[in-house]
Ligand binder design. Structure first.
Ligand code: FPP
Length: 233
């Protein structure tokens, strides 16, 4: 087996389920929120490295519809991290080449965060570097139900997979080739359930804050050694 991934044949879209922040913190005797903080800086570093090797699209599961039942203090902390991340990217918009989009249920976001997000999306929409998508208040089933509503409201008489998919939050984003979940858990947890129909799935035992470019390369190498048949022989 090759040791380094083939940089010509990279997955075009990698989706990440960033799991294990809480356990990472617990192992160190730290409060859970410190795990989220470390997770956010791990993400920042990984994005830079992934863009350098030529990954074109990355989507991260930052906050699920189910995460709403976490303690208020943890939700507030995560929303604070998100807000800081958005402010930081607005401030760096001239020097940064990321195109940033948020997917998920905008009705669940508070107005201030929503306004900031709209601003950041507008400011980065013509950027040509890494397309970075953040799933926030996101649930795959919720996304499908919202897409059904939009389809019905449009009164379309003939519905196809392609016409339906245009109503998903990911309409402008290719389906993920590779989905990675960290922390040893082996499920999709309502993440991109429509879009993952033919995705390769990779599970890493590392907790998210420890997941770095070397582990990402291992996942890509594993992906490149698989044969994708899309249901054909
Ligand atoms: C799951 O770990 C992680 C989350 C619910 C939050 C992920 C968010 C970040 C890494 C911050 C992202 C920030 C930006 C700016 C996009 P867990 O808390 O479920 O861990 P556990 O299973 O070990 O308890």
């Amino acid at each position: 087996m090759k040791k380094e991934p083939d940089l010509i044949n990279l997955p075009k879209h990698i989706a990440l389920i960033m799991d294990g922040n809480g356990r990472w913190a617990k192992k160190r005797g730290l409060p859970r929120n410190m795990g989220h903080k470390a997770g956010a800086s791990a993400l920042e570093k990984l994005l830079k490295e992934a863009a350098k090797i030529g990954i074109e699209n990355i989507t991260v599961y930052a906050f699920s519809t189910e995460n709403r039942s976490r303690p208020k203090d943890e939700i507030d902390y995560l929303m604070g991290l998100m807000s800081d991340y958005i402010d930081d990217n607005i401030a760096k918009v001239k020097s940064n080449n990321y195109r940033i989009r948020i997917i998920g249920n905008r009705d669940m976001l508070d107005k201030m965060l929503n306004d900031k997000i709209n601003n950041l999306e507008e400011l980065t929409k013509d950027k040509t570097g890494l397309a970075f998508n953040i799933a926030l208040f996101y649930g795959g089933r919720d996304e499908i139900v919202r897409a059904v509503r939009k389809t019905v409201n449009e009164g379309l008489s003939e519905i196809t997979e392609a016409s339906f998919a245009k109503h998903l939050d990911t309409a402008m984003i290719p389906d993920p080739d590779l989905i990675i979940r960290t922390s040893g858990e082996k499920r999709l947890s309502n993440f991109l359930i429509w879009q993952s129909a033919y995705s390769e799935i990779y599970f890493s035992d590392k907790y998210w804050p420890d997941f770095n470019i070397e582990y990402l390369k291992e996942a890509i190498l594993d992906y490149q050694n698989r044969e994708r048949r899309f249901g054909k022989v």
